[in-house]
Every structure is written in C-alpha cells, then in structure tokens.
Design a protein around this ligand. Structure first.
Ligand code: HEM
Ligand code: NAG
Length: 425
C-alpha cells in the first residue's frame, strides 16, 4: 500500500533476519515466513503500523491502516463487510460495465495506450463503486479530479511551499472533504440505507450509540480509494504483460474464457459469481502475477515494546519490515522463482509463504475485490479484444509500485476490427 521509495536499494538475502539502517533509523528486515508471521499475526499487538507523517496527513490520520487496537478493529469490520464476497458479488454487472467501456475506449483510441494509467482509472471507478454504489456523475468527476492531484502530491517531497505538488495535494485533499460532506448530506436527506462502505460508515453506532465523526468517515473513504487504486492497477498491468509474453498461456486462458463466453450466449448474459469462481487457469495466472510482481514488496511496523524473537532483541521504537517479495522469490518455497509459471499454484503454497495481500490483523480486506476486478477485465479482454505491447522496453518502473517500463504502452483492437484478419488470434 503505502510504500516509501527510499528503501529499494536494500540488498536482499534469503531466509534471514538482519539489521540495517534506513535514513538513520534502525530497522530489522524479516525475510523468513516465521518471522513475518510473528510480527503480523501472532504478535501483531506488539507492533504498530508506521508511516511517514506527511503521508498520514495526506490520506487522513483516522484511516484504519494507521491504527491498532479497538479503533482499528471497529473500522476494519465496517470495511470488511462492504468488501465481503456477499457484497462484491452484487457488483459484478457494474464492474463488467466499467471494464467494457474502458476496453472500448482503448480500442477506439488512435494513440498508444498507457496501460497502467488506464488501469488506474478502471480501479478508481471500481473503488468508487464499492464505496458509494451508484454515484452521481458530477460528484464522481469532482472526486476524480481532486483525487488525481492528491495522488500526484503523495509521492512528492513534503514541503508546504505554495505551488509545490505536495501543497497542491493538501489543498485538493481539503476539497475532497468538502465534496464528501456534500455527498453525505444528500444521502442523509434521501434517508437511503445502503450496503456500500459509505452506508456502513454512516450507520455505525458504538456501544454508547455514538456515530463516527466526519473526519473518521472521510479519512477511511479516501484511505480505501487510495489502497485500492495503484495496487490493483499495477497487478492487472503485470497480468497483461505476462499474458502477452507467453502466447501459449494466452491461448489457454482464452480457451477457458471463451467457454464461459459461449455459455453466456456469446457474451450477452452477465458473468455470474460462480463463473468467476470457476476460472481455474485464469485465477492461477492472477496468483502467479501477484507473486512475480510482488507489488507490495514489504511493509513496515514499529515495536511498541522491547520484543524478543528467537534470541534477537528488537528494541522498542525500532522498525521491522516483513519482506514479502523476498519470501515470494525464495527458491526454497517457489522453485525457479524468476520463471512465470501459473501451474505452481495447482498445489497450495506452503503456509505463510504467499502474502501478496499481507497477513494477520492488517491483511488486505480488498483482496477478493481486487482479484474479481482482474478476472472480469481479463474475461472481456481476451474474449473480445486483442492487444499488442508497443516497443521493446523491458524493465521496471516504480510509481511507487513496480510496473512494467513506461506503464506498458500498448495498442488494443476489437476482435472484429483487427488491422488484418490474419493477425487475429
Ligand atoms: C492487487 C491489489 C491489492 C494488493 C496487492 C493489496 C495489498 C495489500 C496489503 C499487502 C495490505 C497490508 C499492508 C500491511 O500489512 O502493512 C493491504 C491493506 C489494505 N488494503 Fe489492499 N491490496 C490490494 C487491493 C485493495 C483493494 C481493491 C482495496 C479496497 C477496495 C484494498 C484495501 C485495503 C485496506 C483498507 C487495507 C488496510 C487494512 C488494515 O490496515 O486493516 N486493497 N493491501
Ligand atoms: C467449471 O468449469 C468447467 C470447465 O473449465 C466446466 O466444465 C464446469 O461446468 C464449470 N462449473 C460451473 C459450476 O460453472
């Protein structure tokens, strides 16, 4: 989720626990599953999430991922219930609509598409859907416009000099609060009781009957939109790259999706939840892409007391970093780890070795939605479109999550209107 850039130079070693300094802060790196589990799951109460203050301020300090204990548990329940399988299965037709209109617009474009940039729009729109249900277009545009400014400033140098990206972002963040205020007012007037995240946040009452404050609601909405966007967009971008690079695999995925497409009357019917749960190969491609790309390479916690682990002392105030990518690329757990091979997921990975969505108290509540978005997009992409990556640039770019170089520039065509029919797979 929130990954500051400055740690990417760390030298990774396998299966180890080692101390290092990051900008003068002592830090313990955890590259083995047991240690990561200790920090994130079994002894999570001894370690608190820790983020740079400038980022906390931008998202909103009441967002659940900055908290521990009771407040965290309470908010987490609300977020989880709006992202539960029962809640997200109802979103399928709308997600399909968003995916199809995105794909149509890329295919209609005469310009090269920046895949990552477009996927960000897709995942943002799905994020809006899961937070607000059907939101008025006007509000959506205002949210999108201001959120984009926040997004730009988030990874820039935190200075309050007017005109700086960070300063502009803080101002846009204030405007987001105002827009959210208007949306909430309108919903209260209409007395609608909705099952989306906003509905859950508005309806919450604690034991004493107290509701959440405006800031608590706003920060958690922005927090979820934030957590949902770049993560999902970069994973889907990687999936497109991995499929493009392996024509045989793409054919097999296509065969799986065409069978569903035909069952649904040549794509006229909507995908069902059962169908999305039965995309065996495509699902493995999603999992293997999550492993290979490991877009959340690690996370940070801070020891709230002196902690002893297997003879190591982790002094209070020290940071610890479970290294997900390192574990995902350890040949002991994933043989030939640099090789993209979805079939490795025919067997379940060893416990605590596969954590693309984290683990324990703060594990990603949006994981099912993220996978569902990917499956739906792939279904429509491979059954009705084809695409070609432009240029031969390989490499990785950090924005801040790893994405293929240049955001994976590509051209998209509708299957029926390929430049040459012979070129259609
Ligand atoms: C492929 C896409 C995604 C990946 C790889 C991902 C990964 C993660 C990871 C690793 C964490 C735990 C961070 C930590 O322990 O420090 C996390 C937390 C979180 N994610 Fe995701 N995520 C994705 C998509 C989403 C989506 C779509 C949503 C919401 C719609 C979402 C909402 C959240 C929230 C709210 C948290 C904080 C949970 C807490 O602190 O209790 N994520 N995510
Ligand atoms: C699941 O997919 C297989 C083919 O991959 C198909 O034979 C089967 O009928 C599907 N099941 C459901 C419940 O859709």
């Amino acid at each position: 989720m929130v990954v500051p850039l400055f740690v990417f130079f760390v030298v990774f070693r396998y299966g180890e626990i080692f101390k290092t300094q990051i900008l003068g802060c002592p830090c313990v790196m955890l590259a083995c599953p047991e240690a990561a589990r200790f920090v994130l799951v079994t002894h999570a109460h001894l370690f608190k999430p820790t983020y740079p203050k400038s980022k906390e301020k931008m998202i909103g300090p009441c967002a659940l991922f900055f908290h521990q204990g009771e407040y965290h548990t309470r908010l987490r329940k609300l977020v989880q219930s709006s992202l539960s399988p029962d809640a997200i299965r109802k979103l399928i037709p709308d997600i399909e609509g968003i995916a199809l209109s995105a794909l149509d617009s890329w295919a209609a474009s005469t310009q090269v598409t920046n895949t990552f940039y477009e996927m960000k729009k897709f995942s943002f729109d799905v994020g809006i859907l899961s937070v607000f249900g059907h939101l008025d277009e006007g509000y959506k545009e205002k949210l999108e416009e201001n959120y984009r400014i926040v997004d730009k400033g988030y990874n820039s140098f935190p200075t309050k000099i007017p005109g700086s990206a960070y300063h502009k972002a803080l101002q846009a963040r204030k405007r987001l609060n105002q827009i959210l205020g208007e949306i909430i007012c309108e919903r209260k007037e209409k007395r609608l009781v909705e099952k989306d995240l906003l509905g859950h946040l508005l309806n919450f009452r604690d034991e004493k009957g107290k509701t959440l404050t405006k800031d608590q609601i706003a920060d958690n909405i922005i927090g979820v939109l934030f957590a949902a966007q770049d993560t999902t967009a970069s994973v889907i971008t990687w999936i497109l790259k991995f499929l493009h690079d392996d024509p045989k695999l793409l054919q097999a995925v296509k065969a799986e999706q065409m069978a569903i497409y035909q069952t649904n009357n040549g794509g006229k019917g909507h995908l069902t939840w059962a169908q999305t749960r039965n995309m065996t190969l495509t699902h493995r491609v999603v999992l293997e892409s999550l492993r290979m790309a490991s877009i959340i390479s690690f996370t940070f916690r801070e020891a709230v007391v002196d902690v002893e682990y297997k003879g190591y002392l982790i002094p209070k105030g020290w940071k610890v970093m479970p290294l997900f990518r390192n574990i995902h690329h350890n040949p002991e757990f994933f043989s030939d780890p640099q090789h993209f091979d979805p079939s490795r997921f025919e067997a379940a990975p060893k416990p605590n070795t596969f954590m693309p969505f984290g683990n324990g108290a703060h594990a990603c509540p949006g994981n099912e939605l993220a996978k569902l978005e990917a499956l739906i997009l792939i279904h429509h992409l491979v059954t009705k479109f084809r695409w070609e990556v432009v240029g031969s640039e390989s490499g990785i770019q950090y924005g801040p999550f790893p994405v293929p170089q240049g955001g994976l520039p590509a051209r998209f065509w509708k299957q029926s209107s390929c430049p040459s029919q012979n070129m259609c797979p």
